[in-house]
Design a protein around this ligand. Structure first.
Ligand code: NAP
Ligand code: GLV
Length: 300
């Protein structure tokens, strides 16, 4: 079985993925893009991480596109993707665990005022704030999928009052009105793009905070900055942005009420992810059921 590995990797990442995938599925012939350009017609599967637009064209034997990323918004934006070829996304317990760690760090830091204390240290300011209990903090999670459920379970275990928004449940505004912290874990789709806008922020109680670990395009940046500047929102923890890397002049970099992460809430771990990929390639070879398929109509 010939498998194409293609993505926006640097040389070290490419080597790490080649090694992990080779170990997980030694019987497959792993090709990187330059090598495969000579023999594309035999390729039956492509393992991809934000591949260049058009990379998957002209592969007549292709039967599976396996993403190394959980979110497939950028992949699906490539209008040249071959029609009818199943797309699987990354669902990996190690990724869920990393996302859970990031969410827990953000919520703990907001609960205990650690972002405020970090600001105060820069100003050599000794000032104690009232301590809040975990069970007094209401955390709303947008997206009850693989990651949202894992995050909700961990935060509930830590004692927070956790709720989740699902499409067929309570409408969003009443849930927002009851939230001290909102964590966004939605996929980016036409329905969710721009969801975190001025009306969304206005529906939150004064002093609430926002944690975005999903995609930058979920957020109206100007509306978020206005809500922070007016003191309606207390703090924003942002891992993802409209443009990445976040441009040097962007207001988020210097804003005292914004914590910026460089899209590291969870990085795909080559060894655990390679096992997930191998299981799907094995299913493809054996005629078994492919796992974690993307619904192109829903866009996630
Ligand atoms: P998932 O399993 O597909 O879960 C998505 C959840 O969102 C599902 O519960 C789904 O509802 C819900 N949803 C989708 N559209 C909705 C809508 N219009 N209204 C309400 N709910 C809606 O995805 P996941 O694996 O948890 O990953 C979530 C996202 O995290 C990814 O798409 C990616 O963008 C992001 N991510 C970020 C990082 C990072 O490092 N920052 C790492 C990994 C993932 P249904 O159950 O009804 O389908
Ligand atoms: C990271 O953002 C991912 O979608 O895996």
């Amino acid at each position: 079985m010939k498998v194409l590995l293609c993505g926006a990797f640097d040389a070290a990442e490419q080597a790490a993925w080649q090694t992990a995938l080779q170990q997980a599925m030694p019987q497959a012939q792993w090709l990187d893009l330059p090598a495969a350009q000579a023999v594309p017609v035999d390729v039956v599967a492509a393992v991809v991480a934000n591949p260049r637009r058009g990379s998957l064209q002209g592969l007549p034997a292709l039967r599976l596109i396996q993403s190394l990323w959980a979110g497939v918004d950028r992949l699906l934006a490539d209008t040249t993707l071959p029609v009818g070829v199943p797309i699987a996304r990354m669902v990996d317990p190690a990724m869920n665990a990393a996302m859970t760690e990031t969410a827990l760090w953000a919520v703990l830091s907001l609960q205990r005022g650690f972002y405020a204390y970090a600001r105060q240290q820069h100003a050599a300011q000794w000032l104690q704030h009232p301590q809040r209990r975990a069970d007094a903090l209401r955390v709303l999670i947008l997206g009850q999928g693989q990651i949202g459920r894992a995050v909700a379970a961990r935060l509930a275990q830590q004692g927070y009052a956790v709720s989740g928004w699902r499409r067929d449940g309570t409408p969003l505004p009443p849930l927002l009105a009851q939230a001290d912290i909102v964590i966004n874990l939605l996929p980016l789709t036409p329905q969710t793009r721009g969801l975190l806008d001025a009306a969304f922020f206005a529906a939150l109680p004064r002093g609430a905070s926002v944690v975005n670990l999903a995609r930058g395009a979920h957020v109206d940046d100007d509306a978020l900055l206005a809500a922070l500047d007016h003191g309606h929102l207390q703090h924003a923890v942002l891992d993802v942005f409209h443009a990445e890397p976040l441009p040097p002049g962007h207001a988020f970099w210097q804003h005292p009420s914004v914590t910026v992460l460089p899209h590291v809430a969870a990085q795909t771990d080559p060894s655990s992810a390679a096992a997930v990929v191998a299981a799907n390639l094995q299913a493809l070879q054996d005629g078994g059921a492919l796992q974690h398929l993307v619904d192109r109509q829903r866009a996630y």
